[in-house]
Design a protein around this ligand. Structure first.
Ligand code: CMX
Length: 134
């Protein structure tokens, strides 16, 4: 079902402050910044091999990422696995007893379709599945 790790999401308070470490010190190719307004985040993507690092900056105090930072501090927020067909993957997860946050796909960064698994079903790690393209 899973094809690779698509990205790891890291919550940061400021993209401008966090970016130089990844882009300049670690020299990861920087793929630009996108706002996902539906989820109240600005996202910076950096390529690492076949996967990406996704820096997540909240765009408002009621953003889920702002709440995460308030509770836990900045740091690893989620792991995203790529799937070929997200609807098939969601149905498979539900039928195996996994609790989903999203039972229907929603829009992610860079034109992806995404769904989150509830951390209670994934040992406390917020887990995303994502399909590239529609
Ligand atoms: N890691 C571990 N646990 C987390 C978590 C995280 N990052 N975020 C939330 N949780 C926990 C909460 O503490 C809560 O636990 P309890 O039920 O024990 O209190 C539980 O998960 C549910 O969280 P919630 O915030 O109450 O639930 P919501 O339905 O409001 O939010 C969630 C769901 C996690 C998807 C949302 O809060 C979130 O983080 N959204 C941001 C998503 C994001 O990163 N978007 C950018 C995507 C771009 C892309 O990847 O393409």
């Amino acid at each position: 079902m899973l094809t690779k790790i698509n990205h790891i999401g890291i919550a940061v308070t400021s993209l401008e402050t966090a970016l130089p470490f990844y882009r300049d010190s670690l020299t990861m190719p920087f793929a630009g910044i996108e706002e996902v307004s539906e989820q109240k985040v600005r996202v910076a993507m950096l390529q690492i091999g076949e996967s990406k690092i996704e820096l997540l900056e909240p765009t408002s105090p009621d953003s889920p990422v702002a709440k995460f930072i308030e509770k836990n501090g900045a740091g690893i927020h989620h792991v995203a696995y790529e799937v070929a067909d997200i609807k098939v993957a969601i149905a498979g997860l539900i039928s195996s007893g996994v609790r989903m946050i999203d039972e229907q796909p929603r829009n992610g960064a860079h034109g992806t379709r995404i769904a989150f698994i509830h951390p209670k079903s994934s040992n406390g790690v917020l887990t995303e599945i994502c399909q590239v393209g529609h």
